[in-house]
Each structure stands twice: as C-alpha cells, then as structure tokens.
Design a protein around this ligand. Structure first.
Ligand code: SAM
Ligand code: SF4
Length: 338
C-alpha cells in the first residue's frame, strides 16, 4: 500500500461503490414517483468488474469500501460480492448504506460474508409519514431490518434521517430519544438540492439553486434537541466521516449532524465514488466523471487502470459549490449513491 492523496493533501482511503441504480422506494428528495430511466443490465458493472476495480484501488491505498445504490439490496446475490471484496488484501472495512426494506432477510448472510456494519436510511417512525416520504408502506420491514442487523452484529447500526421542515421535523426529538432508550446511533442529515430538479426539494439544473423551504440547518436541528438535556461532543463512533457527533448525557447511543449544505466538510473528504456503470466520481456534488468501464472491458492493463484511478483522485475539486448555488446537474442521488 502506497497511500493516496489528492492535490490538497487529503488522504483518500475510502471508495463508495454504487452496485445498482434500481431502488424499491421512491423517496421524494431522491427520485421522482415514476422512477428513472434505468441503465440496461449490460451497462452495469458485473461483480467481477467491481472486484477488479476495488482490488486495484486497494493496491493504491484504499482500505474502506461502502456499498450503496440505488438500493444495494435489490441487486441479486449481494453477499457474494461482499465475500469477494472481503478477500481483497488491504481492505479492512466493508459497510453498506441501505433503506433497510430487504435487510431482515439478508443481514446474517451479509455478516457472514464479511460485511462489518450498516447505515439504514429512515426518515420517519410514523407509518403514514414514512409512506408519504418513500411512497411505499414499508416502515415495518425497515424496523425489522434494523433489529436483524443489530442481532447479527452488523454494529454500529447507524440511522440516517434526512430532516425536512414541515414533513418530519416534528420527529427529531423522537429519533433523538431512541439514542437514550434504544442506544441508537442517529444522524440527522441536511436536505441537499439535487438533480431531481424537483421542486419543492430545490432546483439544481441550470447552475443555480434555491434551497428548499423544507431545508433545515444542522444548527436549527441541534437547537431542537436542547429540551432533551445537555449535548456533549463525542468522538466518531467509527471512522472519520463527515458527521459531528454528540451524546445526550449517560446514553449509549449517539447523535450525529451531517451538514453538507450549511458547513461543508470538503477539507476532510477522503472519498472517491464508483457509479453502477463504472464511472469514477471524485466529488458527490460535481458532475465530473471518469470512465473506467470502457478501458476495463477493452482489456486495459492493471497499470493503466490504476493510472486512471490516480488521475481521478488528482482531479478532486477542493470543495463543492453548494453555498454559491452550484450543484450537480446531471444525476439523481440514487444514481450516485449518496
Ligand atoms: N438506497 C439506499 C438508502 O436510501 O440508504 C442507498 C442510496 S441513498 C441515495 C444514500 C443516502 O442518500 C440515503 O441516506 C438518503 O437519505 C440520502 N439522500 C438521498 N437524497 C438526498 C438529498 N436530496 N439530501 C440529503 N440526503 C439525501
Ligand atoms: Fe431509493 Fe435510497 Fe433514493 Fe430512497 S434515498 S429513493 S431508498 S436510493
């Protein structure tokens, strides 16, 4: 392992791999109700291709992988991919971001295959509201999935809640309370405008963006928590991701705030993204992409592929431009993986 860093001296050790653009939900801030034009199967990287790229990335210094989507659990035989990735020397952490709908059925198999932990996206504990946000009545299944993940040791299970004013902000305290009563690790995420071009969630095409009226800053979210008692800063529960962590006194759970909009964390960004069709994306919020699939399929040497990966890292922008009103205009979040 040589260790990778970008031109701004940020060590890059984390690859987020989108394994599919398909999803079994239609969250209002992520996908239109009718879904999106899907990639033909042949354009999606095979598991062997993903593993080849991950292996080369590991040789360059990547040691953490996260599987995402679309919804990663809708891709058949995901545990087989996890097992293949777990065999790669130098990879010491494989995690998953999921909506949790299918987690109960496969949590144990994923754990046995080598998955270390999961993040589950859950925006409401109220069945009707969950359905309004995701457009499916699947809350019960998600809660069972979270339980199954805990029982089989995919810990810490982190719960990601995208906070939307007037939609689920009345549940901030309910989620925070679960860090006390159930030891949950809850992360509140600021709503990002994205390429859905889908008012009222914020426009993003055309280079200018207005934040949605539903946007709530992390400061405001934190203000809502005051009634529960003192929040003491705490260390990250794992890794060095973008969340700032707190604990309510004497709880085993934790509260994280993720502030892509109000306070960017680009100075600390350690990640590279791989889309389902094999494009490297150096920044979530920039449309710059570098194709790996074509060279991979046309027999490029490992050295050539590593050079492409290294060049992608060298082209990482210093920071995203959300605060200046510039966001990704090309893809929906489900096509990048969050
Ligand atoms: N389907 C999986 C899931 O929902 O966890 C993985 C993919 S999803 C795109 C990854 C994460 O992006 C989820 O936690 C989701 O809530 C978040 N996300 C999607 N659109 C977002 C937006 N506009 N603002 C903030 N977070 C968003
Ligand atoms: Fe699907 Fe995840 Fe997007 Fe929701 S946030 S529509 S679960 S990809």
């Amino acid at each position: 392992m040589t260790g990778l860093s970008d031109p701004f001296n940020r060590p890059i050790n984390y690859l987020r791999i989108s394994v599919t653009d398909r999803c079994n939900l239609r969250c209002v801030y992520c996908m239109p109700a009718e879904g999106i034009g899907l990639l033909p199967q042949g354009e999606i990287l095979s598991y062997e291709e993903i593993v080849t790229i991950a292996r080369l990335a590991a040789e360059l210094g990547i040691n953490k992988l996260r599987l995402t989507g679309g919804e990663p659990l809708v891709r058949a035989k995901l545990p087989e991919l996890v097992a293949m990735l777990a065999e790669i020397g130098g990879i010491d952490d494989i995690s998953l971001t999921t909506n949790g709908v299918l987690l109960k059925e496969c949590a144990s198999e994923l754990k046995q295959a080598g998955l270390k932990r999961v993040n589950v996206s859950l925006d409401s504990l109220n069945r009707d509201k969950f359905e309004r946000i995701t457009r499916y009545d699947k809350l019960g299944g998600v809660l069972k999935g979270i339980e199954a993940a805990k029982v089989c040791g995919l810990n810490p299970v982190k719960i990601n809640m995208v906070v939307m004013r007037g939609i689920n902000d009345d549940e901030i305290l309910d989620f925070a309370n679960l860090t006390i009563t159930e030891g949950w690790h809850v992360r509140f995420i600021e709503l990002m405008p994205f390429a859905a071009d889908n008012p009222p969630h914020g426009h993003s095409t055309g280079g200018s963006v207005e934040l949605s009226p539903q946007f709530m800053s992390a400061d405001e979210i934190k203000g809502r928590l005051i009634s529960l008692g003192e929040l003491e800063p705490s260390l990250p529960i794992t890794g060095n991701g973008p969340a700032k962590y707190f604990r309510l006194l004497q709880t085993s759970g934790s509260i994280g705030l993720i502030t892509p909009v109000s306070q960017h964390f680009c100075f600390n960004c350690n990640r590279l993204r791989l889309t389902a069709e094999g494009k490297l994306r150096p920044c979530l919020l920039s449309d710059q992409e570098i194709d790996l699939r074509q060279p991979l399929r046309s027999g490029a040497s490992p050295e050539k592929l590593k050079k492409i990966i290294t060049e992608a890292i060298q082209s990482k922008p210093k920071q995203h431009q959300l605060s200046q009103g510039r966001v990704s205009g090309k893809r929906l979040m489900s096509q990048v993986g969050g």
